[in-house]
Design a protein around this ligand. Structure first.
Ligand code: BGC
Length: 732
């Protein structure tokens, strides 16, 4: 073993000419590889293994590991001062001075907090999602973060699962478009830029399919479902340049994600050609023991590394076991080297050796800037979904004389931050009440909390009822607190928590026109509200600009145009309920012996893709050219969309297809395209979608991707139900 002396500075002085050459030149691959070779030639086995280990926070123990060259990465250290401090220890006090890769969960904002990902997906506006990720990256990078553990590209068909809040919902096409937008936003054109952060697509894979919606639970799905539903957003993220992947906690068909050679190596590297590195989710290497696939941490480490996990997040398993495994001959040095190279490659490409530190002045000038907050407002407005608006109750007139603002979330400044707060602060958040106050005079507003989010007390109802009785309109802001969704927050009931539905009923009973504003991290079973209350806005958790965005929508300064990225069930008993299901041999019908429930309709409360506007859109003249694919690689499906109302508005035009007869049963509908357009009152536009032959296939019984000839149905419309219907054929 080489003697460990602190030569970091000297070594880098010797490497300086090479370093400078690389800094000033495009980072061509052979130079990067040569640089990795030079560096690795100097590394002891312990230092190599150190690059594969990631720890959380600054502690004396972690600083000692960094000094000893036993840490390649650190997470949850944020801010220029703290990141510079920890980086300085790595560079100046470890023998080789290899900089740390500093990772953080920058999920929907760093300091400026944007809507949660489920809300961002409701915008169906990838260009705005990308902008939000660009801002998040600029703020995070200025504060010393190199790497974000985002985007979360899991598909979720089960709203009991709290992490549905963190993803783009139930559809693989929408999920893939969003995945791409996030990666392009975080990484920009080139992730080596000082304003960019490295993206990490997570949680690989099928984590969202947890049995019974219980977090971390077993996943058992067919390979077709894996490939058609859960994998596409990962592939989209990688195609967009995501250079890291996080292996999940769950078991997939009996194999834990962090020991799954099939997904981590065969699919990821051999099929897709992924060239970056894989980090395990927190402690998931250690948890291989609980899964019952490893008898010891040593076996867990061996299995994870050989499956394709390059970096061990948090479990210490690699640091404590890999060296012995090499000594015993159970692992080859080459197995370790392969992962070290992958990690060093990313560090070099990120120019960490040239730019290890950040300037505190830049951090101060970047975070929470007026420009960033302006983008947050734009994005928040686009994320709102109008679920119901009987008799045009909304928008409200600014001239109304009195407005009751009721509910436990009306003045809440913490919940809009969602479950990944990062550096977000409640003090930055505009509550719904504050937003309304900025819109109309204070004296018109009667504000009453009414009840808690989760408590059953009804003593506040009387004041809420009194306020509603005195007001022209009542706005009720209800839903879930931030900790009721996100990680480890699965629920068996999707009803409004506590006594909130009782509060809605009491206010509604006054006869005062009532608007319900839902602030929540998942679909909720709001049957009574949906049936009785005339106007409902789904706002999710909208981030810092929550109140301004909601007030803009309530008073018509912004016409809502979001659509649901996920189905709202009527009851937990219907779950999993998603629009792109297969048919059954007995589709639901009046007959008893058909596929339905005896106690509830089989349909959702609100379907995927639905959402209203203050104006109306008319669809006509569906055209499909050519009507038969013939030899062409693509066809164009289009329809004319007209704004037939009296104000400008946004519509998300959606394209669905069905492969009517195939060798395997196919979904009744699959989203294949969408465009969010803005039309002035009376204006119309022909909206065109290109359908590639290759987009129309599926995985057959032999797991071969095939596009089978036959009839395909097409729909263009404003949601997943109905729409203009046509068809085309693919011939042999
Ligand atoms: C979560 C990940 C997250 C990681 C690091 C885990 O518990 O599942 O999504 O990136 O922690 O904070």
């Amino acid at each position: 073993m080489m003697k460990v002396v602190k030569l970091g500075g000297l070594i880098w002085l010797l490497l300086l000419p090479l370093t400078l050459a690389i800094a000033g030149a495009p980072q061509d691959n052979s130079r990067i590889e040569a640089r990795i070779d030079t560096l690795m030639a100097k590394m002891t086995l312990a230092e190599k293994i150190g690059q594969l280990a990631q720890y959380r926070d600054i502690s004396d123990e972690n600083l000692a590991l960094i000094r000893a060259g036993k840490a390649g990465s650190i997470l949850s250290v944020r801010g220029a001062q703290a990141t510079n401090h920890v980086q300085k220890v790595a560079i100046e006090e470890s023998r080789l001075g290899i900089p740390l890769l500093i990772g953080n969960d920058v999920i929907h904002g760093y300091r400026t907090i944007f809507p949660i990902p489920l809300a961002l997906a409701s915008s169906w506006a990838p260009e705005w999602v990308q902008k939000s990720a660009t801002v998040a990256a600029q703020e995070a990078a200025a504060s010393g973060t190199h790497w974000t553990f985002a985007p979360m590209v899991d598909i979720a068909r089960d709203p009991r699962w709290g992490r549905i809040a963190e993803c783009a919902g139930e559809d693989p096409h929408l999920g893939s478009v969003m995945a791409r937008a996030y990666v392009q936003g975080f990484q920009g054109e080139d992730f080596s830029a000082s304003t960019a952060v490295i993206a990490c697509a997570k949680h690989y894979v099928a984590y969202g399919a947890a049995t019974a919606g219980r977090d971390y639970n077993t996943v058992d799905i067919s390979e077709q479902t894996l490939r058609e539903i859960y994998l596409p957003p990962f592939q989209a993220a990688i195609d967009a340049g995501a250079i890291t992947i996080m292996s999940a906690f769950n078991c997939l068909n009996g194999v834990p994600a962090s020991a799954n050679y099939f997904t981590l190596t065969q699919i990821l590297r051999q099929e897709w050609g992924f060239g970056g590195f894989v980090v395990s989710d927190w402690n998931s290497v250690g948890e291989l023991l609980n899964h019952g696939v490893a008898v010891s941490y040593s076996e867990a480490g061996k299995k994870a590394l050989l499956a394709g996990v390059d970096m061990d997040m948090g479990s210490h398993v690699y640091n404590q076991n890999l060296a012995d495994l090499v000594t015993n001959g159970e692992l080859a040095v080459a197995d370790i080297d392969q992962s070290v190279r992958r990690i060093l490659r990313v560090k070099i490409r990120k120019r960490l050796f040239e730019q290890p530190y950040v300037e505190p002045e830049r951090e101060a000038a970047t975070v929470l800037s007026a420009e960033n907050l302006a983008i947050a407002l734009q994005v928040a407005r686009r994320s709102i979904v109008l679920l119901k608006n009987d008799n045009h109750l909304l928008p409200l007139s600014k001239k109304l004389k009195s407005l009751a603002v009721i509910g436990p979330l009306a003045a809440d400044r913490y919940t809009p931050l969602g479950s990944w707060v990062c550096e977000g602060r409640a003090e930055d958040v505009i509550s719904v009440l504050a937003g309304i106050k900025q819109k109309i005079a204070d004296k018109k507003i009667l504000s009453v909390q009414g009840c808690d989010i989760a408590g059953k007390q009804t003593d506040g109802f009387a004041a809420a009822v009194a306020a509603a009785q005195r007001a022209e309109v009542a706005v009720l802001v209800v839903g879930e607190s931030a900790n009721l969704s996100g990680e480890a927050a699965s629920r068996t009931s999707l009803d409004l928590p506590g006594g909130q539905e009782g509060l809605i009923k009491a206010v509604y009973a006054t006869g005062t026109p009532t608007v319900v504003v839902l602030m929540n991290g998942r679909p909720l079973t709001i049957n009574w509200t949906a049936e009785h209350v005339p106007a409902i806005l789904e706002i999710w958790q909208l981030g810092d600009q929550c109140g301004n965005a909601v007030a803009d929508v309530l008073f018509g300064d912004y016409n809502p145009g979001g659509k649901l990225p996920v189905t709202f069930p009527r009851s937990v008993g219907q779950i999993p309920l998603y629009y792109n299901h297969l048919n059954t041999g007995r589709p639901p019908a009046a007959d008893k012996f058909t596929s339905k429930y005896i106690d509830l309709p089989v349909t959702p409360l609100f379907s995927f893709g639905c959402g209203l506007s203050y104006t109306q859109f008319d669809y006509r003249d569906l055209q499909i050219t050519p009507a038969d694919f013939g030899d062409s690689a693509a066809i164009i499906a289009s329809a004319v969309v007209q704004n037939t109302g009296d104000r400008s508005g946004d519509e998300v035009v959606q394209l669905y297809v069905q492969d009517v007869i195939a060798s395997l049963s196919r979904p009744v509908k699959e989203l294949k395209g969408f465009q969010r357009i803005t039309l002035a009152a009376g204006d119309k536009q022909r909206v065109e979608f290109r359908l590639n032959r290759n987009d129309l296939g599926f995985y057959d019984k032999d797991i071969k991707y095939v596009v089978e000839p036959g009839l395909f149905k097409v729909w263009i419309g404003g949601n997943s139900e109905g729409g203009l219907e046509g068809s085309f054929e693919i011939r042999n």
